[in-house]
Structures are given as structure tokens and as C-alpha cells.
Design a binder for this molecule. Structure first.
Ligand code: PMP
Length: 444
């Protein structure tokens, strides 16, 4: 197939050295001290594997940054991008385009009822920025409530909403942001011991936060339908329904940030569809086209869209609805449907990955296992009683053992996130779990 190159190149140490040297000298890298960086140059990939220029091939449990949902170098997606580039590579948002119209229609058809419009961005952070702006303009209010255990992006508004430590380097935050504690039973902020207690107490805490912040000043509550970077926290039964009811009571917009959880990751188009809850805005990116071309956006409720029927929306981007990016989203959604990827994620998650990871609790360091679909985390502890997080040295040792066995894990603090491309096969998933198990066993 001329569209894709899926043979692994012969080992080429000179090329590796040259890429590393140029990167060290010229690339300013995200979230890193720039001195002494040593990152692995990648050469290619296929399905759930990627490879380097040194003859190594890895089964990928990261999906890059949890975005390559349909896997590496999918021939149909590569071909669709090549074809779209040949037809019309780029146009301004002030013109209509076939691919933007198709992508918007297909996304809204897959979203919850009553969300017919889509605003396109280039990234998740920009999606969050525009969701904030839409909620503020629609409600005429300014405050925004966001969870401490969250990541929403690195632009100023999105990093202000972000509750974890990555926010601190960008303070002072935008005005009006208030953080709250979401549910996390394993390390409950509410001394809860059951899912039901955690759900009820987290809701009561949020209700009090809303009360003390002044409900009529709050534009939106933003949350990740399933918390991603901060630990794969699946909300307990009743929580999202309760947040929805609280928002309805006070005219507050509910923003579901699905930049990481959307587009098959949890076995649904949108993770919120695992519950009977309709948000007012959904942010997406990553899995919408598996990141082959930068693309994000906001799905907008009909009520909010109505606000801007006469009144202009004061926001935009040169590349909003980029022709190539939208064409890749159309092809990607079609591939997910044709290949039954949502069903595959649900099936493998329930039957193989979930039970396989749960069984790893036999190891003394596995404190908690949680997730759904192809969105899982193992939380590791040095002591199951005290739940003391496992140290960085042990985590690094586990990471090395997995890589030596040809599996590339996603290590975040004291957790192993298991978020493979959604096309991972049953045999590959079993291999990954076995390799993780061996790495855990190798600790002692
Ligand atoms: N929201 C969530 C939930 C995310 O996981 C991320 C990225 N990891 C973002 C927003 C920001 O997306 P981007 O990096 O594309 O700006």
C-alpha cells in the first residue's frame, strides 16, 4: 500500500545520534527542564505497536498522550488525509467546506440529544477556552468551578481550571476559578468507605461550595467525565446525575471535558454516555481523529447555541474547522464504526483487561485497580494498610522492566495507566498484562 510505510527501518545509530543532538540544541520541550533531555526518537508504528531507529518494537500502552485511539498508521486514515490534501488542503473558517460540514454533523449525531452544533479548535486546551467563553456569555456569569484532581490544558484559562500541580507554575490564574474535591474513594477527601458514601458526600461538598460561592455568579462546573491524567477516576453511581441536578437547580452550565475520555476510549463515543446525563458543553480532541492532524472542539447544546443566533460569538481561530483535520475526523469516525471499535473496547475491557488487571492485586504493591473500556490505572503502594504511594525508584524499575519486555507503559506518579490504542488485540492485551505482572513480581 503506497499510502503507509509499515516496515521497521534497519538500526541506524548515526541517525539516532543526529536527531538527539538537533533536539537538544533546538527543541524547547513541554513540561521539562531543557538540560540533559534524552528522549527516544520514534520511527514508525502499526496498530498498537511503535518502533524506534534502533531495532526495538514496543506494544504501546500509552496511545502517545492517550490519543492514537485507532492505532498507528491506519492505512484508511492515512489515505483519507492524502486524498483531502490533494483536493483542498486549507481554507478559512469564513467559507463552508465539505469536510467541516460532514465532521460537525457526524460528531453531533453521536453526541447526546439536543447538542447539534460543533465549534472546532486545534487542541483540547483551546476547546476548554471556548467552552468557558460560551458558558460565560450564555449565562452572563463569571465564576467557574473545577476539580482539584483535574487537567484541562495549558493555555491560561485551561491551566487555571486545572486543579493539580501543573497549574501552580502559571499562577496567577484567571479570575473567577474555584476548585472543589471530586470523588476518589481510594483516597477519599470525605472519609467515605463505600462508593455510595463517596458519591453522596462529594455531592454535598459541591453543593456547599456552590452555595458559598453564590449560585447566581457561577457560569459553569467543569469536570472530566472520567478523570484522566489524575488517576482514571470513574465517578461513583449517582455522582454525575447529582451534579447535573445541582446545575439545573441554579442555571449553571455543565461542561464535560472529554478531551481524553471521548471517542471510544471508554467504549462510547462520549464517556458521559456511560451515564444518563446530558451536559451543556462537551470538549473533545485527541481521539476524534487519533491525533493524526491537530483537532479539537466543543459540542454545544441547542440552548447555548440559540444565544448566538442574533448575537455574534466573539471568538475564533484561523484553523477552526481545518479542512484536512476535519477530513481526518470524518474518516476516523467511519473507521471506528466499520471496524466495530466501540464494541471491541467494551468487550475487551470487560472480559480481558479489567479482570486481568484486577487479578494483579495479588501483588503486594497493587493498592487499587480502576477504569473501564481501555481506560485503566493501577495505583501502586508500598504498604496496602497505610496506602503510602510507591516511590519513584520502584516506579522507574517497573517501567524499565516493561520496556525491556517490549511493552511501553504510561507511568504517572505512583500509577501505571493502561490506555492502549483501542485496536489492541486480545492476545496483545494479555501479553501486556503478563508483562506488567512480571515487572511487579520482579520488584521483590
Ligand atoms: N482536557 C483533558 C481532560 C486532557 O486530558 C487534556 C490533555 N491531556 C486537555 C484538556 C488539553 O488538551 P491539549 O493538550 O490538546 O491542549
Amino acid at each position: 500500500d503506497p499510502a503507509t510505510q509499515t516496515t521497521q527501518p534497519a538500526p541506524d545509530p548515526d541517525r539516532v545520534a543526529s536527531i538527539k543532538e538537533m533536539s537538544r540544541n533546538h527543541v524547547f520541550t513541554s513540561w521539562s527542564a531543557q538540560g540533559g533531555l534524552d528522549q527516544l526518537p520514534l520511527a514508525g508504528g502499526e496498530g498498537a505497536h511503535f518502533w524506534d531507529f534502533e531495532g526495538n518494537r514496543y506494544l504501546d500502552l500509552t496511545s502517545q498522550l492517550v490519543n492514537v485511539n485507532i492505532g498507528y498508521q491506519h492505512p484508511k486514515l492515512v489515505a483519507a488525509i492524502q486524498q483531502a490534501a490533494g483536493e483542498l488542503a486549507t481554507i478559512a473558517p469564513g467559507f463552508d467546506s465539505q469536510s467541516r460540514a460532514d465532521a460537525a454533523r457526524m460528531i453531533s449525531e453521536r453526541a447526546p440529544e439536543g447538542m447539534s452544533k460543533v465549534f472546532f479548535t486545534n487542541s483540547g486546551a483551546e476547546a476548554v477556552e471556548n467552552a468557558i467563553r460560551l458558558a460565560r456569555l450564555h449565562t452572563g456569569r463569571h465564576k467557574l468551578l473545577a476539580a482539584y484532581r483535574s487537567y484541562h490544558g495549558a493555555t491560561h484559562g485551561a491551566i487555571s481550571l486545572t486543579g493539580e500541580a501543573r497549574r501552580l507554575g502559571s499562577e496567577p490564574s484567571i479570575p473567577g476559578v474555584v476548585h472543589f474535591w471530586g470523588p476518589y474513594l481510594y483516597r477519599s477527601s470525605f472519609h467515605a468507605t463505600t462508593e455510595q458514601e463517596e458519591s453522596e458526600r462529594a455531592l454535598e461538598h459541591l453543593r456547599q461550595t456552590v452555595q458559598f460561592e453564590g449560585p447566581d455568579r457561577i457560569a459553569a462546573i467543569i469536570l472530566e467525565s472520567v478523570v484522566g491524567s489524575n488517576g482514571i477516576l470513574v465517578p461513583p453511581p449517582g455522582y454525575l446525575e447529582g451534579v447535573r441536578a445541582l446545575c439545573d437547580e441554579h442555571g449553571i452550565m455543565l461542561i464535560a471535558d472529554e478531551v481524553m475520555a471521548g471517542f471510544a476510549r471508554t467504549g462510547q463515543w462520549f464517556a458521559i454516555q456511560n451515564w444518563d446525563v446530558r451536559p451543556d458543553l462537551i470538549t473533545f480532541a485527541k481521539g476524534v481523529n487519533s491525533g493524526y492532524i491537530p483537532l479539537g472542539g466543543v459540542v454545544i447544546s441547542d440552548e447555548i447555541a440559540e444565544t448566538f443566533t442574533e448575537r455574534p460569538y466573539p471568538g475564533g481561530l484561523t484553523y477552526s474547522g481545518h479542512a484536512l483535520a476535519c477530513a481526518s475526523a470524518v474518516a476516523s469516525m467511519q473507521i471506528m464504526e466499520d471496524e466495530g471499535i466501540l464494541e471491541h473496547v467494551r468487550d475487551l475491557g470487560e472480559r480481558v483487561i479489567g479482570p486481568g488487571l484486577q487479578a494483579l492485586t495479588e501483588h503486594s504493591v497493587v493498592g487499587d485497580v480502576r477504569g473501564l473500556g481501555m481506560f485503566w490505572a493501577l495505583e501502586l503502594v508500598s504498604d496496602k494498610e497505610t496506602r503510602e504511594p510507591l516511590g519513584a525508584a520502584e516506579m522507574a524499575k517497573i517501567g524499565r522492566a516493561c520496556k525491556d519486555a517490549g511493552v511501553w507503559p504510561l507511568i504517572m506518579a505512583n500509577r501505571i495507566h493502561v490506555v492502549p490504542p483501542c485496536v489492541i488485540t486480545e492476545d496483545e492485551a494479555k501479553q501486556a498484562i503478563e508483562v506488567i505482572g512480571n515487572a511487579l513480581a520482579g520488584l521483590t
